[in-house]
Design a protein around this ligand. Structure first.
Ligand code: F6P
Length: 344
């Protein structure tokens, strides 16, 4: 049926490729004679009814742009029952026939509840640099993040080598080690620490000391912000966000101090932080974004709601949102163990 009005919002942390999804949504909608309403600042825009028309002109030239032209927030309408009512009444006030939520597990969890509990016709698009959503082989944003992280590790190599230093780089990913594992391997890190597998400080120091014994006077350690050295995760802040998440951060400083103290090798640390999320998306993330965006509109055309678009192999399919947000996709410890051959 032509003439539908499709709402789209981007929620949670920004991520390279968000604008490509918007292009995918708009171009497929134009082909079907649908109108697209951009909702600003994630779920906050649904609560406050803040929108902008998303026309072909608005999405023209935005494929190389990082971030999201719709802005984003970590607002959770389920923190307050009155906000859920607002979302429902604004959905009607905006005259929407369907709502596409582009986000990670938090944003998609809200889309799932709105569908299941309130009967709203929602569709999810999996976004996160962390690549930790089950229900899809890949989220967009991850490819860009690992390329930025790998380049950072390459750069650390030359300075570490020149100074005979150990350099610890802290990477994002929350409770999943995908970014650290992929970038750590690609960048040739000598030790990789991820949240899924605990490694002691003694073990890290042993690997570094052995390298030195074999004539390698520098070392690179890639550590996930959510890794645990046997002392619990290191927090930047104890306060929880609206979805109940803590702010991780600080493990690289702790680790660098211990390495220097225990091995006697001069050690520095770098927290790569939001550089992993900023800037232009890779070609692959643009492609994924475009395909995810258009697939979301295809689901609306078919009247299939409560689903998340997903990549399975090379195919763009859909899975129930409920299954997609049920658990976090983490690194299999067996894979990590097999990859230890690259350490040291
Ligand atoms: O989920 C994406 C992510 O970048 C995580 O890797 C990280 O822990 C978190 O978001 C940081 O969030 P914020 O942008 O709120 O500091």
């Amino acid at each position: 049926m032509a003439g539908k009005r499709v709402g789209v919002l981007t929620g949670g942390g920004d991520c390279p490729g968000l604008n490509s999804v918007l292009v995918g949504v708009v171009r497929k909608s134009i082909a079907l004679d649908y109108e697209v309403v951009g909702i600003l600042k994630g779920w906050l825009g649904m609560i406050e009814n803040v929108t902008m028309p998303l026309t072909r002109d608005k999405v023209s030239g935005i494929l190389p742009r990082g971030g999201t032209i719709l802005r984003t927030s970590r607002t959770n309408p389920y923190k307050d029952p009155a906000h859920v009512e607002k979302v429902k009444s604004n959905f009607r006030a905006m005259g929407l026939d369907a709502l596409i939520a582009v986000g990670g597990d938090d944003t998609l969890g809200v889309a799932q509840k709105l569908h299941e509990n309130e009967g709203l016709p929602t569709i999810g698009v999996p976004k996160t640099i962390d690549n930790d959503l089950c229900g899809t082989d890949r989220t967009f944003g991850f490819d860009t993040a690992i390329n930025i992280a790998t380049e950072a590790i390459d750069r650390l190599h030359t300075t570490a080598e020149s100074h005979d230093r150990a350099l610890v780089i802290e990477l994002m990913g929350r409770h999943a080690g995908w970014i650290t594992l992929y970038a750590g391997l690609a960048g040739g890190a000598d030790v990789i620490l991820i949240p899924e597998v605990q490694m002691s400080i003694e073990e890290v120091c042993r690997i570094i000391t052995e390298r030195h014994a074999h004539g390698r006077d520098f070392s690179i350690v890639a550590v996930s912000e959510g890794a645990d050295l046997g002392e619990g995760v290191v927090l930047q802040e104890k306060k929880l966000d609206e979805f109940g998440h803590v702010r991780l951060g600080g493990i690289s400083e702790r680790l660098a101090n211990e390495i220097e103290k225990r091995t006697g090798f001069e050690t520095r640390f770098v927290v790569l932080g939001h550089l992993q999320r900023g800037g232009s998306p890779s070609a692959y993330d643009r492609y994924l974004g475009l395909r995810f965006g258009m697939t979301a509109v295809e689901l609306i055309e078919r009247g299939t709601f409560g689903m998340m678009v997903s990549l399975r192999g090379n195919d763009f399919v859909s899975v129930p949102l409920k299954d997609a947000v049920a658990k976090t996709r983490t690194v299999d410890p067996k894979l990590y163990d097999a990859l230890r051959v690259f350490f040291g």
